[in-house]
Design a protein around this ligand. Structure first.
Ligand SMILES: NC(=O)c1ccc[n+]([C@@H]2O[C@H](COP(=O)([O-])OP(=O)(O)OC[C@H]3O[C@@H](n4cnc5c(N)ncnc54)[C@H](OP(=O)(O)O)[C@@H]3O)[C@@H](O)[C@H]2O)c1
Length: 232
């Protein structure tokens, strides 16, 4: 049973009990989490919260994850290449072509301070500016908790994730204060999260698609599982 959420619509300093993790809202470090759900401990323990998610990109990844998360009870707003306002969202998924990240981000208003999950891959394109990854670029714009996830999972298989004996893995990396939310959204999509460290590892995850793409070229899209031998 999910207890009713208490919504606070005003920006304010927030600690410990936010669904978004621990944050101090501070004038100098771009604020701002404008909408916070504070849930009773019991509910937080289970991680069973619903979120407002803005999905930028309506393609295979954005459209597909939007559908999976809507089915899991989350509230989804879907934005195309024209962009839009993400102020009301608690989490933003970035699912646009890897070379269009700067353009896509520039068309989103209300982004400062937001938690962003960057699902992009870079095939033959560099990250914007001097950044080594798209995800670090995104973080430089938002100042909010940022994660790289879903870039190593093939969207074509979203509809078959429950078909196996165990859940496929989703390797992600990013900020600790994004962890609770990102790992819930990974689970709600049908994967098991595998944490690969901080956002400084995002470039490695973006490059990892090169080898997964090479395997795909031989065998077609696949899922993977990271596990101890006895747990397979
Ligand atoms: N497909 C996969 O299995 C997969 C898996 C992991 C990661 N990825 C990565 O995820 C990202 C999205 O992949 P996808 O397969 O979903 O691509 P997609 O099906 O081609 O969809 C891309 C979406 O981005 C929008 N878009 C294009 N240019 C844009 C811009 N400048 N600003 C904002 N939005 C823009 C497109 O809008 P329009 O509809 O108007 O064209 C479209 O909705 C890519 O970076 C890809 O490398 C893909």
């Amino acid at each position: 049973m999910t207890p009713p959420a208490f919504l606070i619509d005003e920006p304010r300093p927030v600690w410990a009990k936010s669904a978004l993790g621990n944050h101090e809202v501070d004038r100098d470090r771009k604020p701002v989490i404008k909408m916070i759900r504070i849930l009773p401990d019991a509910d937080n323990e289970k991680g069973a919260i619903t979120m407002r998610i803005a999905v930028a990109g309506r393609g295979h990844v954005g459209g597909g994850l939007g559908d999976l998360w809507a089915r899991a009870g989350h509230e989804i707003s879907r934005l195309g290449r024209e962009g839009g306002d993400v102020s009301a969202a608690e989490v933003v998924l970035l699912a646009v072509p890897g070379g269009s990240v700067a353009d896509a981000v520039s068309k989103l208003s209300g982004l400062p301070g937001k938690m962003v999950i960057d699902a992009t891959n870079r095939f033959g394109v560099e990250a914007p500016g001097d950044f080594t990854s798209n995800a670090e670029y995104v973080k430089s714009v938002t100042g909010g908790p940022t994660a790289k996830s879903f870039n190593l999972n093939f969207a074509l298989l979203y509809g078959r994730l429950g078909a196996g004996r165990s859940k496929p893995s989703n390797i992600w990396c990013g900020d600790e204060d994004a962890r609770r939310v990102v790992e819930q959204l990974i689970r709600d999509a049908g994967y098991e999260p595998v944490y690969a460290g901080g956002l400084e590892n995002a470039a490695a995850l973006e490059h990892a698609m090169e080898i997964l793409g090479a395997v795909r070229a031989q065998s077609g899209p696949f899922v993977y599982r990271i596990s101890q031998p006895e747990d397979l």
